[in-house]
Design a protein. Structure first.
Length: 410
């Protein structure tokens, strides 16, 4: 199916044909217009419930008015700041983050994107421990740049040639079956509490705790990437709370800015700050922790504290659990994945749902899955509409009679 004709003709010369064809294949070949809460209105007028949320950054809803006001106020009182210098905005945000995150995570380095936060975490782990090996779990997705790409199992990565050395993939299983996985050469183990792009595969608490024990035994760092699971998406502030571990480093993704301003952070324990104090210019980022961005992020934290969206995620999971069971989805809170028979089936399913006003994306790692991640401000009625559409399209689409749950994640 080629639905690229839905886009205005003059846009075809401005965007690559491959992008247009891909978007047509999943039913997203339209121009975004106004946005509000969980809704997107296409320029042509059609409304969609946004269950993509730009891969989870719109936890506080689309075009949140409180964040918009904070941004307007910020640009009247400050600018991006001089990135090597300190400012009241940077200090205030770092202090608030230290109070907001569970555990003894007191220090922050700000970035613009997830990939940059992961890159810095890798640099910090190697430099602070004096070791070179970094472990990531099978099926991981940590981003698309530098270290982050090397830690991800994205299909087709071989087209980029050799990636970073001394990065090793280890099985997604109980590590105590092979305690030699973490060695005296290991700087850090990176993990996601839920592998969102890999069919929402959930880390078992006992496995996470086993990794934590191995890290402590060998002096390696435990790094939790909360880019898509943080700020309430899984029913708690951060997903690692349910794992019963105290990470050394936490990746806080772009949901920190509520999707309105690009800002992310790497948050870590005070003992690692000893190294940062000795090497304060280890990592520089021109727009990382910009003063405007810090003001927006502070307002976002205020809203997270006020709205407590993790409670909405937990409540909706419980109330709609019976529908989720019927669909045989996997996930927690307001984060689910449907497992289909093939990547083509996943794209067809996304396209069919888009025609009914629900926007979805296939998984980045497990491409036969479809990820559902609406804004955390979504209502019960809107969530019910999403699930009912999924059920209807599951039944209608040709070939979905053999729809089945698959645990064959990568």
């Amino acid at each position: 199916m080629n639905g690229a004709s839905r886009l205005p003709r003059d846009f075809h010369c401005l965007f690559g044909s491959g992008r247009a064809e891909y978007l047509a294949g999943i039913g997203h070949d339209f121009l975004e217009g106004s946005r509000d809460g969980a809704l997107i209105r296409a320029v042509e007028g059609k409304e969609y419930l946004d269950c993509v949320s730009s891969m989870g950054i719109f936890n506080l809803g689309r075009s949140n008015s409180n964040l918009t006001h904070a941004l307007r106020d910020a640009i009247h009182h400050t600018d991006q700041g001089n990135f090597p210098l300190i400012s009241r905005e940077k200090a205030d945000l770092a202090e608030r983050l230290a109070r907001f995150l569970p555990g003894e995570l007191d220090c922050s380095v700000f970035s613009v994107t997830r990939g940059e936060t992961v890159d810095f975490a890798c640099k910090l782990a190697r430099a602070a421990t004096g070791r070179t090996e970094i472990l990531h779990l099978q099926g991981a997705y940590h981003g698309e740049t530098g270290f982050a790409l090397s830690l991800s199992d994205i299909p087709g990565m071989d087209r980029f040639g050799p990636l970073l050395p001394r990065v090793r993939r280890v099985p997604f299983s109980n590590p105590e079956r092979d305690s030699s996985l973490v060695t005296a050469s290991t700087a850090a183990v990176f993990m996601e509490a839920i592998q969102v792009e890999n069919g929402c595969r959930i880390m078992e608490p006992e496995h996470a705790q086993a990794w934590a024990r191995l890290c402590r035994r060998q002096g390696a760092l435990l790094v939790l990437d909360e880019t898509q699971t943080g700020f309430g998406r899984t029913g708690t502030r951060f997903a690692y709370e349910a794992l019963g571990v105290d990470p050394d480093v936490v990746i806080v993704g772009e949901a920190l800015g509520g999707g309105l301003f690009p800002i992310a952070a790497t948050v870590f324990r005070q003992r690692l700050n000893t190294f940062m104090n000795a090497h304060p210019m280890l990592h520089l980022s021109t727009f990382g922790g910009s003063d405007v961005g810090c003001r927006v992020a502070l307002q976002a934290l205020n809203l997270y504290e006020e709205i407590r969206p993790w409670e909405n995620a937990s409540t909706l999971e419980k109330r709609l659990g019976h529908i989720a069971e019927d669909l045989r989805v996997q996930g927690k809170g307001l984060l689910w994945a449907l497992h289909l028979d093939s990547p083509d089936m996943a794209q067809r399913f996304c396209r069919s749902c888009a025609q009914e006003g629900i926007l979805l994306l296939p998984g980045r790692i497990a491409t036969h899955t479809v990820v559902i991640r609406p804004p955390l401000t979504i209502t019960e009625s809107e969530t019910s509409a999403v699930f009912e559409t999924l059920k209807t399209q599951k039944a209608k689409l040709a070939g979905l009679a053999s729809f089945s749950f698959s645990a064959n994640t990568r």
